[in-house]
Ligand binder design. Structure first.
Ligand SMILES: Cc1cc2nc3c(=O)[nH]c(=O)nc-3n(C[C@H](O)[C@H](O)[C@H](O)COP(=O)(O)O)c2cc1C
Length: 309
């Protein structure tokens, strides 16, 4: 281990202790059949036309620096997911994949990157078809072990995107209305026009159709943690007075309708929402939201307890 890593590990141990050396604590955290009462964990579950072999899902974790410059999933990324599938998980979701780089300026394309920028060689599905081979290899690697694979589609980061676009691209970050940037509140985020919203809707339908062509078993909408989709769905951030997207449900519903239109009635759509409101939020309530959206066509809605932004 390099000396600077040793120092970091020592600091972490000092802060969090050595619980990982306690065999009994580790045993309690292992997923085994002895973990009563998880009676259904290892039983299959049907999602539309898809039968998933168990109820263990690997959540989306951004695949930063796991794609080549074109956005094609690298051999490292393909091997990483195959290894997870080999471990026995029923369903794997990729980390965020932007549906377009043409609307939200905080989604920066390769070639216009600073070393500290969040979005760095993210896998892509928009634009060039040369990336498809990588996604197909990835899906086939996962399928080989009986697991299923969804691609997580992100309409944008919005106010939770890097404000660097102001100095690097001379563009303001975007949001549902005029809102402060999460990282630098002094930086205003401008509201997307209705036309830009429809562009994102169409790009999402295209990305889902491409995901399907790349053998992904479904798509997962990135609708939580205060990112652009949630900014539209949260009246604290969506204070639009005019136009279709003044309705806090409209943006999410249009995305689902467009995916349904492009991919048919059975293609699994999973929608991620945040389960609890932040102190400042007027987000109505996760449960009615989930049921309204469920009725409109996603196959499943999942919630996250992750912190609000
Ligand atoms: C390194 C890392 C990357 C993540 N990337 C994503 C992502 O791309 N998309 C997403 O929806 N959530 C992402 N998350 C959030 C996780 O999916 C998950 O919600 C979070 O770790 C909290 O777990 P919980 O929801 O079980 O409480 C990421 C988390 C981590 C630690």
């Amino acid at each position: 281990m390099p000396p600077d890593s040793q120092e970091l590990v020592a600091q972490l141990i000092e802060r969090f202790g050595t619980w990982f050396e306690d065999e009994r604590a580790l045993e309690a955290g292992r997923m085994t059949r002895h973990l009563y009462p998880y009676e259904h964990l290892f039983s299959p579950i049907q999602v539309n036309s898809l039968k998933i072999k168990n109820r263990i899902v690997m959540g989306p974790m951004g695949n930063v620096s796991m794609a080549d410059e074109t956005g094609r999933p690298s051999t490292k990324m393909i091997a990483y997911y195959a290894e997870r599938a080999k471990g026995g998980v029923g369903l794997i979701a990729s980390g965020i994949v932007p549906v377009t780089f043409a609307v939200d300026p905080s989604f920066t394309e390769p070639g216009n990157l600073a070393p500290d920028v969040l979005i760095r060689h993210l896998p892509r599905i928009d634009g060039s078809r040369t990336v498809f081979a990588g996604w197909r290899d990835l899906a086939e690697g996962v399928h080989a072990y009986g697991a299923h694979f969804f691609i997580q589609l992100s309409p944008g980061a919005g106010r939770v995107g890097s404000p660097e676009c102001v100095v690097k691209r001379h563009k303001l970050p975007v949001s549902a209305s005029w809102n402060p940037n999460f990282y630098m509140p002094a930086v205003p985020c401008r509201p997307l026009t209705d036309r830009e919203c429809w562009k994102v809707v169409r790009a999402t339908g295209q990305a889902a159709a491409d995901a399907r062509a790349c053998l992904a078993d479904g798509v997962y909408l990135h609708g939580h943690e205060g990112y652009l989709l949630e900014q539209f769905a949260n009246p604290a951030f969506n204070r639009r007075k005019l136009g279709h997207f003044a309705d806090w449900e409209a943006f999410g519903l249009e995305l689902i309708k467009e995916i349904r239109r492009r991919c048919g009635p059975d293609y699994p759509i999973w929608y991620r929402i945040r389960m609890y409101p932040s102190a400042t939020s007027r987000w109505p309530c996760a449960r009615p939201t989930a049921s309204a959206w469920s009725a409109s066509g996603p196959s499943s809605v999942s919630g996250t307890s992750a912190r609000s932004r």
